[in-house]
Structures are given as C-alpha cells and as structure tokens.
Design a protein around this ligand. Structure first.
Ligand SMILES: C[S@@+](CC[C@H](N)C(=O)[O-])C[C@H]1O[C@@H](n2cnc3c(N)ncnc32)[C@H](O)[C@@H]1O
Ligand code: SF4
Length: 383
C-alpha cells in the first residue's frame, strides 16, 4: 500500500517499443521486438492491478516511451481500461501520450480521444530533412505538417512538440528556420532539448570516429538563447529550462518531477516518487515478468536516499523551473531552515550572480541558467 494522503498523484506508464532506434537516443526501448508487445501489455496490466483497492486518485497520466503510438490502438484501450478500473481519475485529469509523427493515424487518434487522452506530445526534433536524416528519424518536415493538421481536425486540443537543438548539421541558420516554423505552427507547447551525447548510440560512435562534429558549449548556449528569445517573443511562456507553453498550457505531469511531487511509474524501467522515497522498476523483460508472476511489484533494489540527498535533489529539480522554489515550502517539506542551513553556499552563489532571491523564492539568474553547474558542484561538494 502506498500512502498518498488522499491527494491526487501522477501516473507514468512506460512503453519500451519503437519502430526504429534513433541515432542519438539511449532511452529504454526496443526495436524488432514486436512479438513481446502483447505479453508486455498483459504484464503491464498485471502491474496496474497490483494497486487495486488502494483508492489512489490521479490528476495526471503520462504514457511515454519509447513510442506509445507505435502500439496498435487496441493495446492502449486495454491499458486505459485497466487504469480506469484501478485508479480514481480526477475530473481535471491531464492525460498525455507520446507519439512519433509516422505513427499518427486517424484510427489511433480517434481511439485516444475516446478513451480520454487530452494531451498529445509529438517528437518532431527538427523541420530540416538533412538533420532529421542524420538523427535517424522516420518522418520529414511535410509529414509533420500533415499529421499536426490531422490531429487538430480530429479534435486534439492540447498539442506539444519536442524539438532538439545543437544537432549535428544544425547550424544557427537551420535552428532559426526551425524556430520560425515552430512559431507559425498551430501548437500549444514545445519541449526544446539540447542534444546530449549518450553512450551506446550511433552519435557517440560517430563522434568518437570523427564522423560527426558537435557544437562546443559556447555555441550550444548561443543556440539555447536564440530558442528562448524567439519563443518568448512569439508568445510562449518559458516556464522550465526546456519547456515553453502557450495560453497557460504548461505541462502538469512533468512539473511533478521537478517539484518532487508524488507519482508512480509503471512498466519496465519506470520511476516513481512517493513522499520522500524514489522507486524504480527493473529494466529487462525477464525480471519484469518474473516478479509480476509472483504478484510482486517489479522494483529494482530500492536505494533509500538520505534526507540530505533528497534535499539536494529537490533543489536541483526545482531550479529547472524559471520560478524556482518557495523557501517556506522547502522548509516545510524537509523541516529545515533553508537559509540558515545553506547560508554559505547561498550567499556565495547570490554574490556570484548565479542565484537570486525574489518574493521569498530562490531561482537562477539568466547567468545562472547557463552556469548552474557551479552551484550544483558546490552543493555536492565536488569542488
Ligand atoms: C524518449 S523520447 C520519446 C518520444 C518519441 N518516441 C519521439 O522520439 O518522438 C522523448 C524525447 O526525448 C528527447 N531526446 C531523446 N534522446 C535525446 C538526447 N540524446 N538528447 C536530448 N534529447 C533527447 C527527444 O526530443 C524526444 O522527443
Ligand atoms: S527518440 Fe523516440 S523514437 Fe527515437 S529511439 Fe528514442 S524513444 Fe524511440
């Protein structure tokens, strides 16, 4: 039993299947493994059912991956039926699904709308076909336009797209073109990520072989500011380092991660956080099935973080948000006097122009957004 103190929490569901592995991605996801899909969904439902009778209320659900839209829509119906049987869904539920453009199809969208999905997050990454090509994506610029129009036509109201900056082949001109297109599109939200070079990806291999070049940190920061300035000028609210919303449509589910609010994560490799405890599921099919066969939650050995570590995690995550965090809330959550306990590091970083205090909140300055690692290194005593 988990104790949610009767407050609504979030639910993340992980779908670890994709049609093709992108050249930059090392998320937990599998290609050419379609024979697992049926079995995986049945075990995922088994895992959902372990929460029966716990009277858990949900105000956000996020089905992510991998590529949830790669699955036949019948599986999404089964998963959502199970969720509705087990959890109590709040009236104001935010219910997001991640999709790739190539798997956006009429029947899928109609089904998603019927089962209550009301937020659609599509991975676009770039509108430049050369960039998309080197990233190993299966779509192109034209297909994105078509799929977005189709989604609106079918009644999708809250649409978010993922874009990436500092991709190989994406110079500042291409970035500006991507931005100009994004600003004209009929979308409600953008997540704009800087490329991170991940191990065991083609990008990593090609970089080490000298086949691709990456941008140096200074250029990457220049691109990031170009993104922020352009999107803000075009009416987007920059509310988190990588997140931009129109018409007040900030993502509610992801904000639970940044504020260490409660959420559970189901499916292979999914993570959750209840109160001050972090949970993480096993990351391979065999262990996932084996534990669920024993009616056990498929959790990895739990690593209990110390209160000190949780405090630091809270600081790091909250500072991702432009509004930072409220000192009183931090004090209450951890029963501390934040300004007293972190006096030295706070004074030093405010003095260095990295952090600022405004209306009893601590947040990064513009300079701090680019140089926040100085603060984090000090926080973790790494210097
Ligand atoms: C895990 S994917 C799932 C969504 C969907 N499968 C897709 O690719 O569009 C979520 C997002 O993470 C971002 N992402 C994946 N790998 C990344 C990397 N190495 N660096 C930065 N962002 C990355 C991409 O923008 C992607 O859309
Ligand atoms: S970026 Fe999305 S589609 Fe590409 S491999 Fe990762 S999860 Fe799959």
């Amino acid at each position: 039993m988990i104790n949610t103190e009767n407050k609504p929490i979030g639910l993340y569901i992980h779908i670890p299947f994709c049609e093709k592995k992108c050249n930059y991605c090392n998320f937990l996801t599998f290609v050419n493994n379609d024979e697992q899909i049926e079995k995986y969904v049945q075990y995922l439902i088994k895992e959902i059912n372990l929460y029966k009778g716990e009277n858990i209320h949900l105000d956000t659900i996020y089905i992510g991956g991998g590529t949830p839209s790669y699955l036949d829509e019948k599986y999404m119906v089964q998963i959502v039926d199970a969720i509705k049987n087990v959890f109590v869904l709040e009236d104001n539920l935010e219910f997001t699904i991640e999709m790739n453009p190539e798997s956006v199809e009429v029947d899928k969208i109609k089904t998603y709308l019927q089962i209550g999905i009301n937020r659609f997050s599509m991975g676009v990454q770039s509108f430049n076909n050369d960039v998309l090509n080197i990233m190993g994506r299966l779509h192109n610029r034209t297909s994105v336009f078509k799929k977005l129009a189709l989604m609106r036509e079918l009644g999708c109201k809250n649409i978010s797209i993922d874009l990436m900056l500092a991709n190989p082949k994406q110079d500042i001109e291409i970035l500006r073109e991507d931005l100009a297109i994004a600003c004209k599109l009929d979308i409600d939200h953008i997540s704009y990520y800087s490329l991170i070079l991940k191990e065991q990806t083609y990008f990593d291999l090609w970089y080490r072989q000298g086949k691709i070049e990456l941008f140096d940190p200074e250029e990457e920061r220049k691109m990031y500011h170009e993104v922020v300035d352009t999107l803000v000028k075009n009416g987007f609210d920059h509310y988190e380092i990588s997140s931009f919303a129109k018409k007040g449509l900030r993502g509610i589910h992801n904000a639970k991660y940044w504020t260490l609010n409660d959420f559970i994560g189901l499916g292979m490799g999914a993570a959750g956080n209840i109160s001050r405890t972090r949970f993480e599921n096993v990351r391979d099919f065999d262990s996932y099935y084996e534990l669920l066969d024993k009616d056990q939650k498929p959790l990895l050995e739990k690593e209990e973080l110390s209160i000190e570590d949780r405090e630091k995690e809270y600081l790091m995550l909250n500072l991702r948000m432009m509004k930072g965090f409220d000192i009183d809330q931090m004090n209450k959550k951890f029963s501390i006097d934040f300004e007293e306990k972190y006096k030295d590091i706070l004074e030093k970083n405010i003095g260095a122009g990295i952090l600022k205090k405004e209306n009893n909140r601590i947040k990064f300055t513009d300079y701090g957004i680019d140089n926040g690692e100085v603060f984090f290194h000090e926080l973790y005593g790494l210097n």
